[in-house]
Design a binder for this molecule. Structure first.
Ligand SMILES: Cc1ncc(COP(=O)(O)O)c(C=O)c1O
Length: 388
């Protein structure tokens, strides 16, 4: 079986994890946590990083730090893994769903239009005319590693007075090559950014997350909240309700060893993506999704766009045929505004997301994938097409 995406643990993972065990530092205190935080700061050029238990927890803390409370609203994309949507509800707020652009990232044209036409700037913040609630934040997700148009998102957010939490869980190492965000990494442009080190991510810690920000006070508050809000750790005084969201030293050790290999991982992912593009370019009804201009993505996940009529079969049939050939693929997420808990929430002119949802198939992209396997996957996809 050629898997969709598996970890590549060929660096110093064992050495670092063994050090935790040898020294008895396996839990949430220990030198690897700080080393991992520092290494992330230096890689993405962020001032502060706070390691946490996973990306979802990081997003929850980030939104809380942006002042999201019960009764507020947060703008989220409908085309994303559900985690950044659920965290809005964890805080007692409601998501408003936004459409996507040509790269499956949040549609900035519609975001601006929504703020201008459907909202009012008030003393309390941006008021949604329909629900009368205050929109506190937007969560742009850098889908599959492709950077969102952060320059425009930041302009809109400043103009309409709401905060920006970047869901950079999938885009560690992606950055901008031109414009106002030139040389900035995803996750470091909004008020707060969050990375994930889940098993399928480009860098894994087994599980884990990282909150990054350039604001010292926000970083200190994040650290306080993830550590049970301890005001006096000796006498157990807690003046706020905190969380047990810390990362363990064991996970940080694994994550650090992985992070040391990130540049190499991105280079392999880029090479394989370009190989696939070349090998599949002549197949009608198929496209490998590219990246927005002015960005250098991390190529985390590859997306095939399957046009049923021209290709000769739809996305589901292609997926099943590839499974039969021992090649694992996966359709893109179901749209969040159509998920049971969110059907009653506001969704603004969702069009492109529906288009992508019917067509996108993610296909093998592990960093351990070799040239022979890329060719094998490509010829399997080619051989199933109507052209063949
Ligand atoms: C877009 C997105 N947001 C958030 C998360 C949540 O991260 P974690 O699994 O570390 O909680 C993930 C994936 O896992 C994701 O893909």
């Amino acid at each position: 079986m050629i898997p969709l995406s598996v970890p590549n643990l060929n660096g110093r993972e064992l050495q670092y994890v063994k050090k935790c065990i040898d020294t008895n530092w396996v839990s949430s205190a220990g030198s690897f946590v700080k080393k991992f935080e520092d290494a992330i700061c230096s890689y993405v050029k962020a001032r502060h990083a706070v390691a946490c238990v996973n990306g979802t927890a990081g997003l929850q803390i980030a939104l809380k730090l942006c002042g999201v409370r019960e009764g507020d609203e947060v703008i989220v994309p409908t085309l994303t893994f559900i985690a950044p949507v659920n965290v809005v509800k964890y805080l007692g707020a409601e998501p408003i769903f936004m459409d996507c652009d040509d790269y499956m990232n949040i549609d900035c044209v519609k975001l601006r239009e929504f703020c201008a036409k459907e909202c009012l700037v008030t003393k309390l913040g941006l008021k949604n005319k329909k629900t009368k609630k205050i929109i506190k934040a937007v969560v742009p997700v850098h889908v599959f590693g492709n950077p969102c148009d952060m320059e425009e998102i930041m302009k809109i957010a400043r103009e309409y007075h709401f905060k920006v939490v970047e869901d950079a869980t999938e885009s560690l190492g992606s950055y901008y090559t031109t414009g106002a965000c030139q040389n900035k990494f995803t996750g470091t442009i909004g008020d707060i950014g969050v990375f994930s080190f889940n098993g399928n991510k480009i860098v894994t810690a087994g599980g884990g997350g990282m909150i990054v920000t350039n604001n010292r006070l926000l970083a200190e508050k994040a650290m306080y909240l993830i550590n049970q809000a301890k005001d006096n750790p000796i006498n157990y005084i807690h003046n706020e309700i905190g969380y047990n969201f810390r990362l363990t030293n064991l996970q940080a050790a694994l994550g650090l060893a992985q992070l040391e290999q990130l540049k190499g991982f991105i280079a392999i992912k880029k090479r394989n993506c370009e190989l696939y593009k070349g090998l599949l370019s002549s197949v009608s009804g198929l496209d490998v999704l590219g990246s927005p201009q002015g960005t250098s993505p991390n190529y985390w996940f590859y997306s095939l766009l399957v046009e049923k009529k021209e290709y000769g079969m739809d996305r589901e049939k292609l997926m099943n045929s590839l499974t039969a050939k021992g090649i694992q693929t996966r359709p893109i997420w179901y749209l969040n505004h159509l998920q049971c808990p969110y059907r009653k929430n506001q969704a603004y002119k969702i069009e492109k997301a529906l288009w992508f949802w019917k067509r996108v198939l993610n296909f093998p992209c592990s960093t351990s994938l070799n040239l022979k396997q890329v060719k094998l996957v490509s010829s399997a996809i080619r051989s199933l097409s109507g052209d063949h």
